[in-house]
Write a protein that binds this ligand. Structure first.
Ligand code: MG
Length: 376
């Protein structure tokens, strides 16, 4: 991460409020390293509040509504898309952040931005673009997220990208090489953990709704069995959808409570007393070992039974074939892209530019453009 940031002064009202309410190990706005491009301070919004607002008002954020989470194709309206997943991550992360007295504005910014770089068709789309870009450095949604934040969103006359604070870029950059074992702000650790809680729970719920799994099968997995045992202490006889919903609440509440307790313990044991300490310490926001083992077992089950389900794989093939055809088509005829992408070809090369254009597409826009321009 380059260090060319220009520090700015946070409004005194925000600085005082954070001093009074945040823990000493939280990231305080007054200590932000600033932004790449100088901007006058806002009279009453702190830097991370502004970051959150910029992310939420971006085009890339709105397009998350029409991007696949796991299940591509027209499978109905119940299951999560990238936007609802993102909001679920944000709400879990804020709960943890408030319990630990962390900077909720920074946590929310990181959570709302965490999947901004996802291409259409979920991980199927990501894998297809990675192959297309094999000779040009490859593709990863986390790297792409950084390109969106720093370059591709064009909303301000004075600079490219959203010019978010250094700490938002730092937190997002940690996702690229998954260095989550040590060296991150506690706010960054919280968002990573919240993402895991959200997708483990919701992918199982979506798979149930789609009929890829049955509740009885899930109740044989130790994590769900244990959640059921906890529920039985409070409710003698829950059935069907009522049981399923109660299980989801229990699973999230259990994991969040475990995370908060683990984090409080880790912060105390490691003697973390500042954001600087957090950046040099091992990760403290992580599930307890027994829960982590249960989560891994669920993830293995979901991998085999859901992510590799024949229906999911069939749609994955279709999505990848259309993305590859579009990549070839736009590479041969870049003039089919909008002007603002065409203008990037000379600096970024045609392959990377086509990839930027494709990655920004929603599933339904990609479907439409594929049919309109490239379907044989
Ligand atoms: Mg996510």
């Amino acid at each position: 991460m380059p260090s060319d940031f220009i520090a700015a002064t946070a409004p005194e009202s925000i600085v005082a409020r954070e001093r009074a309410t945040l823990a000493p190990y939280a990231m305080h706005s007054a200590d932000s390293r600033g932004r790449r491009h100088a901007e006058p301070p806002h009279p009453y919004r702190g830097p991370f509040q502004r970051d959150r607002d910029r992310i939420l008002h971006s085009g890339a954020f709105r397009r998350l509504a029409y991007k696949t989470q796991v299940f591509t194709g027209d499978l109905g309206d119940y299951h999560r898309n990238r936007l609802t997943h993102t909001l679920e991550v944000a709400t879990v992360a804020r709960t943890v952040a408030r319990a630990l007295r962390l900077n909720e504005d920074l946590v929310e910014s990181l959570a709302l931005a965490h999947d901004l770089g996802h291409p259409p068709y979920g991980h199927a789309g990501e894998d297809a673009l990675h192959e297309c870009l094999a000779a040009h450095g490859g593709f990863s949604h986390n790297r792409q997220g950084l390109r969106v934040l720093e370059l591709l969103e064009q909303r301000y006359p004075d600079f490219p990208g959203l010019n978010v604070s250094a700490e938002v870029l730092e937190g997002h950059a940690a996702r690229i090489d998954k260095h989550f074992d040590a060296g991150n702000l506690i706010e960054v650790q919280v968002v990573e953990a919240a993402d895991s809680i959200a997708y483990d729970t919701h992918d199982a719920d979506d798979a149930l709704e789609l009929g890829l799994l049955t509740l009885d099968e899930l109740l044989e997995i130790p994590l769900w069995r244990e959640a059921h045992a906890r529920l039985l202490k409070r409710y003698a006889n829950l059935q069907g959808k009522t049981l399923r919903r109660a299980l989801l609440h229990e699973l999230i509440d259990w994991q969040v409570s475990d995370l908060v307790a683990q984090a409080e313990h880790g912060i105390a044991v490691r003697g973390i007393q500042s954001a600087t300490d957090a950046r040099t310490a091992p990760t403290v926001v992580r599930a307890s070992e027994p829960l982590l083992a249960l989560k891994r077992e669920l993830e293995r089950f979901l991998f085999d039974r859901v992510y590799r389900h024949p229906d999911v794989l069939r749609l994955r093939e279709q999505a990848q074939a259309s993305l590859r055809a579009m990549f070839d088509g736009y590479t041969r005829r870049p003039e089919l892209m909008p002007e603002r992408f065409l203008a990037r070809v000379s600096s970024d090369g045609v392959a990377r530019t086509v990839c930027d254009y494709l990655a920004g597409m929603t599933d339904r826009f990609a479907d439409r453009e594929y049919r309109r321009l490239f379907m044989k």
